[in-house]
Each structure stands twice: as C-alpha cells, then as structure tokens.
Design a binder for this molecule. Structure first.
Ligand code: PLP
Length: 401
C-alpha cells in the first residue's frame, strides 16, 4: 500500500455517506430509537421524520409523497415493481426488459420465467443503445410490464425512457424504470419521464446502504411484495428503519441541490480521464455511446489485459475501480452487459469501469493516469504473445507485447 488516501473511481458501486446524512441519522440511532407504530409519544414522535424523509425523496423525483413506498434496497424495489405488475394483472403474463439490466432485474425476471411468466430480453446495439422498432414489436396485448433501466451501471449509457413510456402509455402497458444510477447526476422528474413505477437506492447518492424506494404513480395497481404489518400504508410490511429513512431523505435533498454546473464539471473530469486513457494507453476503446450517457461513467476495454489482474495492481496503489465481471465459483464470467453489446468474452474480461463522483478531484485523475499506462504495459509484457493476440477486441489492432 502506498499511503492511506483512497483513490475512489467506483461510485456506481456505492458512495460515501455524506457528513450531513450521518449527522441527520445519528439522533435516530441513539436517543430516538423507538418504534413509530407504538401508541406512546416516544414511538409516535418518529412518524414525522419519516414523513419528512418521504417528502424529500418525493421532491427529488418530482412525485407526491403519497406515491413513495420505502424499501430495504434498490433490489427489493425492482422485485416489488415487477411482481406487483404481474399480480395485479393476472391475465397478463409477459414482461419486456433488456439484455443489459442490473442483476436485480435480470435475475428477478429469470426467477419469474421459471414460474411460467414469459420474458422478452431486448438486444442492444454495439453502442449499448436500444432499437425502438424492436421495442415496439416486442409489446403484446398480454404484456404486463416493461422494465427498462434509465442509466446503465456499467457503461452509463441512457435509454430514452420518455419515448418508451409514451409508447407504453398509448397501449395501456405499465412501465417501470430502474433509475438507481441517476440521482444527483441528472435531473429526475417522474412526470417528464412518464413512467408508472421507478426504483432508487440511497447508497448511490451518499445515503446509507440498505434503503431504497419504489415510486408508484397514483392510480397504478399495486400489490405489496413484503407482506406484514400496516407500515408504509400497507404497501410494505416491516418496522421502519427510521435512521436510514431519515438519512435517505437528507441525501435526496443534497442530490436535489446539485447544480447543473457541477454535473457539467463532473462530465468534463470524466471526459478528461477517458480522453487521456484513450490517448496514452494504446489499444484501448470506450464501450458504449459517448452520449447520451451519465456524466460520471466510462467503461474502457484494455486489449490484451485481464481486468481482474489490472484491478489488483490498481488496488495496490489504493485505486478502486471495477470490472463488470462476476466472479462465480472461481471463474470470472464476462459481463452480460458487454457481451450483449457484442463484445467477445475476452474483450469483455479486459474492461474496467471508472465511475467518478463530485468528490473526485483533478489530482485523483492525475494519480490514476500517472500509473495506469505503466501497469497496462507491464501486464501486456507479462502475457504471452498468444494470450495477448487472443485478447484483442474486434476492431482493435494487436497490442505491442
Ligand atoms: N440497479 C442498478 C442499476 C444498480 O446499479 C444497483 C446497485 O448496484 C441496483 C439496481 C441495486 O440496488 P441495491 O444495491 O440497493 O439493491
């Protein structure tokens, strides 16, 4: 390890808890630890902070507070959205989604398919974009829900949710979007988006892990997934996690206050990192369209390099980044997002995602750039010429080994 500072380029994985968020949460972890459902004031005093948090997260997305159901995470929110749409429309057994969703959606759909529901996974183009014609063709009279993410967590590529929602609305099909990666990075307005349901998670916007929400547009049929007491107006059982809800509310207020100028600055820093990597490290390529894209994310394939090996070397320098690969039973499975975009498994395994944050500085970027070209060169030199040749993504020349 070289010093104690962490150079964090993995904000799409999670973010730090903002000091203001921690400060807001602390009273509810210490003195105010009652149960909001209790009949006495020590418990009942907690109802108001929960409702204030609900107002705050609703304001972040342009919703009414009555349209917010708090959940334990983004994953629960997505599971609730999908199952609710199916259970409230028993005659409709078809789901439309994409091949590049987060595993929360992907694996929930796979589990639903095992229970007899039909799922259409829309393919994406090489740049990660959707074909609107294919989307429209996939819709059927028995489609219960369209569930399509707004921003991809691996590439940052945005899908045209307002257009998709308008098409769904014209056909009376419910549409849900996983907007987990969006808050603070883009303006979020459920009415401009036109969706019926939307999922968020607090830990992507400097809130605590283990709390999320499901937005359910007023009038949308709804059935709870977590069944128990009458918390959340009967929409989600379970004693409220008061400190986390309060923290989410504070984090939402902070995300809502991020000025457009700061978002532009973030995009400029990301662009400078991306441009410099592509210029200074030979045989690299960006995965996914340059625009429309989240302002903080870049996904880069380093031909001839095993991403996991590069991540380990970066880790030695206190640099955190990620690959889209999932380590399952000892073997590294290539990212389903990148393979759906047409990358071969070897090219997909050579990809690193760098995701920045408002806390990322030009010095952090300079530190990363100060080491990355050398590390990539070392790994390429260590690889056998045969392995290096096999690792070249389509369209890239063979790296010098
Ligand atoms: N959707 C996207 C796009 C994500 O990036 C994540 C988290 O990585 C989730 C859903 C799941 O959120 P949570 O970790 O709160 O379950």
């Amino acid at each position: 390890m070289t010093g104690s500072k962490t150079y964090y380029f993995d904000s799409n994985a999670t973010t730090s808890v903002a000091p203001e968020v921690l400060e807001a949460m602390l009273p509810y972890l210490t003195g105010k630890w009652g149960n909001p459902s209790s009949p006495y004031r020590f418990g009942k005093q907690l109802v108001e902070p929960i409702e204030q948090a609900r107002e705050s997260v609703a304001a972040l997305i342009g919703a009414n507070s009555g349209e917010i159901v708090f959940t334990s995470c983004g994953t629960e929110s997505i599971n609730t959205a999908l199952t609710s749409c199916l259970h409230t429309q028993p005659g409709k057994r078809h789901i439309v989604t994409t091949a590049v969703e987060h595993s929360a959606t992907k694996n929930c759909c796979a589990a639903l398919a095992e229970r007899g529901y039909e799922v259409t996974y829309l393919p994406v183009n090489r740049d990660g974009s959707l074909d609107l014609k294919l989307f429209t063709q996939a819709l059927r009279p028995d489609t219960a829900v369209v569930s399509i993410m707004w921003a991809n967590n691996e590439t940052g590529v945005l899908f045209p949710i307002p257009e998709l929602a308008a098409i769904c609305r014209a056909r009376g099909i419910l549409i849900h979007t996983d907007a987990v990666q969006v808050p603070g990075k883009l303006k979020l307005d459920v009415n401009a988006l036109g969706v019926d349901l939307l999922s968020l998670s607090a830990h992507k916007l400097h809130g605590p892990k283990g709390v999320g929400l499901l937005y359910v547009r007023q009038g949308t049929p709804y059935q709870a997934l977590v069944i128990g007491g009458q918390q959340e107006g009967g929409h989600r059982g379970g004693t409220e996690n008061v400190p986390y809800l309060v923290g989410f509310g504070r984090a939402a207020a902070l995300a809502n206050a991020v000025p457009v100028a700061a978002q532009r600055k973030l995009a400029a820093l990301r662009d400078s990192l991306e441009d410099e990597i592509l210029a200074r490290v030979p045989h690299t390529a960006r995965n996914g369209a340059k625009e429309p894209r989240l302002p903080n994310t870049t996904s880069i394939a380093f031909a001839g390099v095993e991403a996991e090996a590069l991540l380990m070397l970066l880790d030695q320098l206190n640099i955190c980044a990620s690959s889209g690969s999932a380590c399952t039973t000892g073997s590294v499975a290539p990212s389903h997002v990148l393979t759906a975009m047409g990358l071969g498994p070897v090219a997909a395994r050579s990809t690193i995602r760098f995701s920045l944050d408002y806390e990322t500085t030009a010095e952090d970027v300079a530190y990363l750039l100060g080491h990355l070209p050398r590390l990539v060169a070392e790994l390429r030199a260590a690889a056998s010429p045969r392995a290096a040749a096999r690792s070249v993504p389509a369209g890239l020349a063979a790296p010098a080994v």
